[in-house]
Design a protein around this ligand. Structure first.
Ligand code: PBE
Length: 290
């Protein structure tokens, strides 16, 4: 009985055009179960989503943490059923090529401004590995490049094979990154990364390039916090997963004396809450309150 009464109270004249699979007699919060569907707890975007709940007074909402693959499965399911969903999104990401999505406006900047993806190494790396440090300082690609690799990796379960394919077809770009770099002699280098699509793409592309050059790159997949710790301790040499200055600010602050930046691999990233375009009445984070 209580449930029926609660539903009656919020059924406040929203216009149901009957076009979506959701019950639009409910508020948007109720339709979403007051849930922002998120990724791993250690991701910067998870913290930013929690911050947006505070900034916009979305009191009843929760960020449901899981992993990127679980979040993407929830997104697919919602879209298949034309149901409302809010996820923690970022660019570059293949989700925007696959689905019709939009970022919610964020006038309070809970998700910060555009930033860059940095290449970060254990302190001293550029002294001990000047040749590789030069390569990493030269490795900078674009959204389009990364998107192409991510899409290949969507249709090929073998992330490294997909990266190798892209490398083979983009030798013009690769030759700029490897210009003046000496060939390796089987020297080992350990790269740590987080299983986010963007980082799976960059890390495997760099492995493919450096392996071709005669180095032996081993990859270690970790959560964000242990990844930063591994680079700081030196149990990993390099990561391409550092989003700065905002997203990984807390990690960088913690370890800045133990790490060094080798370069920027990609400029102009974005984070935010993302919804399917069919959620026509929701355009700004504050609309989630309605
Ligand atoms: N991401 C992808 C990461 C950085 C790279 C946006 C999910 C994060 O939020 O920490």
């Amino acid at each position: 009985m209580i449930v029926a009464a609660a539903f009656a109270l919020v059924g406040c004249g929203s216009s149901d055009k009957g076009s979506s699979g959701s019950d639009s007699s409910k508020s948007i919060g109720e339709q979403l179960n007051y849930t922002i569907t998120g990724i791993d707890p250690g991701a910067g975007v998870t913290q930013a989503a929690q911050q947006s709940i505070k900034d916009y007074g979305l009191d009843k909402y929760n960020v449901q943490t899981s992993s990127e693959s679980t979040m993407m499965a929830s997104l697919k399911k919602a879209i298949d059923n034309k149901q409302p969903i809010v996820i923690t999104g970022w660019s570059p990401h293949w989700m925007f090529a696959k689905y019709d999505l939009k970022y919610l406006d964020d006038p309070k900047k809970s998700f910060g401004d555009a930033e860059n993806i940095y290449t970060v190494a254990h302190k001293g790396f550029s002294k001990s590995h000047p040749n590789l440090a030069k390569f990493f300082s030269q490795f900078q690609w674009t959204d389009d490049d990364m998107n192409a690799v991510m899409l290949k990796q969507q249709s090929n379960d073998d992330a490294l094979a997909a990266a190798k394919d892209w490398v083979k077809d983009n030798q013009d770009k690769v030759s700029k990154w490897t210009k003046g770099i000496k060939k390796g002699n089987g020297e080992e280098i350990k790269m740590a990364y987080v299983a986010w699509s963007s980082e799976v793409a960059s890390t495997n592309v760099v492995k493919a390039i450096l392996d071709n050059l005669g180095y032996k790159v081993t990859l270690q997949q970790l959560d964000a916090a242990p990844m930063w710790a591994a680079v700081a301790k030196g149990s990993a040499d390099v990561t391409l997963s550092a989003w700065l200055p905002v997203t990984h600010k807390a990690y960088y602050q913690k370890y800045k004396d133990q790490v060094e930046k080798l370069g920027v691999s990609l400029k102009g990233t974005k984070l935010g809450l993302v919804v399917p375009k069919y959620m026509k009445d929701v355009n700004s984070i504050s609309d989630l309150k309605k």
